[in-house]
Design a binder for this molecule. Sequence first.
Ligand SMILES: [Zn+2]
Length: 153
Amino acid sequence: MQIVKQPDIFLREPTSEVKLPLSPEDQVIIDQMVDTMYKNNGIGLAANQVGYARRMFVMDTSTDRNSPKIFINPVIEKKAKEKLTEEEGCLSCPNQFADVRRPMYVGLKWICRHGKEQYKTFYHLPARVVQHEMDHLEGRLCIDYDKKSNNSR
Ligand SMILES: [Zn+2]
């Protein structure tokens, strides 16, 4: 899978809900998204970063890189009032970094790849990745938050 890179306008286009139950083709796309995330040393990847304008993303923030999480039709239901600023990068914006201020935790509802509804509160790095990927599904990039991103490093 090729990663769609900024400034491709595909990254800015709306994404649509994934139809349930998932098709065998959807399962293949999910597996390929996980592979693509690992091959590119990413910790998260949204479907519209690989050419599918649909509401799903994958994430693995583990050190061992062996526990991919799949999020289908995710919805943020709760956000912390407290915010933290940290630097973010993005596979769609190579060599660019942005300081992004985000809620410290988020409660997320989603459908897993087996079609079951899930809910979890994410903290620390996973909270940041979840919000970064949710931004992708809304056509928003981390570099939108910060002018510093115009300077490649
Ligand atoms: Zn990204």
